[in-house]
Design a protein around this ligand. Structure first.
Ligand SMILES: [Zn+2]
Length: 238
């Protein structure tokens, strides 16, 4: 099964080309794991800047955006996905963003969209509502080991059908950024262990995808963690 990530994300920070490429490489990697294998044909093509299904967009003109969107209906050449990186998306004029609205809302199922932005507030609300925002800070690619462990403990608790342990796993998250990162990692971990999680997996993933708004509007991280745990356990009939 292909790796399930949110279909449109926006990394916020500076100098994010490398990070965006890493994320794209993980999506396209033939090993299908959260961290790219570095050795498969696909990983090597990304490194050599020759992957036909990785499309970088850096200059924003309405005509070209329309062409890119139209070409997206052609299925991937190599593997399961086409990845679009819209670098510095916050420099796009409103017209260009509008040309991308439908694409970011309902891309073909094989499309994954990565935005990078320094000032996400410059994006239109209509676009923002379709994106999962991840604060990438300085663009470090490394995954925070502590947050990864949190995500793994949470998913293990789900597999063991232990709501209390799931709640405990999230209990030491203090900031919105950490929670956002953990939710992303949980999405990946759940995908890896989807067989163990069972048939309600899809519903739980769908809920995770829609958590972004809660994250934006809910000021209390502790309550939000409790809410997310309860909802996911409910979806998984725990
Ligand atoms: Zn690979």
């Amino acid at each position: 099964m292909s790796s399930a990530v949110r279909h449109a994300v926006c990394y916020v920070g500076d100098n994010l080309d490398k990070l965006a490429e890493e994320k794209a490489r993980a999506i396209l990697c033939e090993a299908g794991q959260a961290i790219p294998c570095e050795v498969c044909r696909s990983c090597r093509k990304v490194q050599n800047k020759s992957h036909p299904d990785l499309i970088w967009v850096r200059e924003y003109k309405v005509k070209e955006i329309r062409e890119i969107v139209a070409a997206a209906s052609v299925r991937p050449n190599d593997g399961g996905f086409k990845v679009y990186i819209f670098a510095g998306a916050d420099t796009m004029r409103a017209e260009c963003q509008n040309a991308l609205l439908k694409f970011t809302e309902e891309p073909p199922d094989y499309v994954r969209i990565i935005f990078t932005a320094k000032s996400p507030d410059l994006l239109l609300d209509t676009i923002k509502s379709r994106l999962a925002f991840i604060n990438a800070g300085s663009g470090e690619v490394e995954i925070n080991a502590e947050l990864l462990e949190t995500a793994r403990n949470f998913v293990t608790a789900l597999v063991e059908k232990n709501e209390y342990a799931a709640a405990c796993a999230l209990s030491h998250i203090k900031t919105r950024d950490d929670l956002s990162a953990v939710l992303d990692l949980i999405t990946g971990e759940m995908n890896v262990r989807r067989d163990a999680i069972g048939v309600q997996y899809t519903e739980a993933q769908k809920f995770l995808l829609n958590c972004t708004d809660d994250l934006k509007f809910n000021p209390n991280i502790v309550l939000l963690c409790t809410h997310i745990t309860a909802e996911i356990c409910d979806k998984l009939r725990i």
